[in-house]
Each structure stands twice: as structure tokens, then as C-alpha cells.
Write a protein that binds this ligand. Structure first.
Ligand SMILES: [Zn+2]
Length: 96
């Protein structure tokens, strides 16, 4: 059995979301709390459109950021917290 390490994160500890361009690897970082999500977002590096108004991914990204933002805001008052985990081999560079 390969040794593994488990990294657990509480959802409310997410400080930002990075939207990474698959073409040029540039990232746009949106920090919580997010006021609004732009209806048109394009890569700051190469200009590739991430989404635009009318694009089907835009409402999903709006929903994601609103849901995460609302959860983060309310988490202290809830009787539960939500977390997620990353599993990596023990020798992974996550330890660096
Ligand atoms: Zn790009």
C-alpha cells in the first residue's frame, strides 16, 4: 500500500478562486467576498474569452461564486462546516 497524506480544507477558508487559462496558463484571481462576477471575462494574458454574457457557463460561475460567498459569510453561525480533502502520495511536493 502506497503511503498517502490527506489534506483537509474547510470551505470557509477559501480566500479566492483562480480562473486559469488553459492556453497561456495565466490566472485571474477573484477574492472573496466577491461583489459581482463580470458577465464577460477574458484571459489577461492572451485575451481568450473565459465566458461572455449568454454563454452557458456564465450563470454556473455566478452560482458557484455566490454560493461559496454566501456560505463563507454564514459559516460562523452554522451548526456544521463543509470541507474537502486532497490526497497525495507521502512524497508529494505539497510538503514543500
Ligand atoms: Zn490566456
Amino acid at each position: 500500500m502506497t503511503p498517502q497524506k490527506l489534506y483537509q480544507f474547510v470551505l470557509s477558508e477559501i480566500p479566492f478562486l483562480d480562473f486559469n487559462c488553459k492556453t497561456c496558463k495565466s490566472a485571474i484571481r477573484l477574492t472573496f467576498p466577491m461583489k459581482t462576477l463580470s458577465a464577460n471575462l477574458q484571459c489577461a494574458g492572451c485575451g481568450a474569452p473565459f465566458w461572455y454574457e449568454g454563454n452557458s457557463i456564465y450563470p454556473l460561475m455566478q452560482q458557484l461564486t455566490r454560493t461559496l460567498g454566501a456560505y463563507i459569510e454564514k459559516e460562523a453561525d452554522l451548526a456544521f462546516s463543509v470541507s474537502f480533502s486532497l490526497v497525495s502520495p507521502a512524497s508529494s511536493n505539497l510538503d514543500d
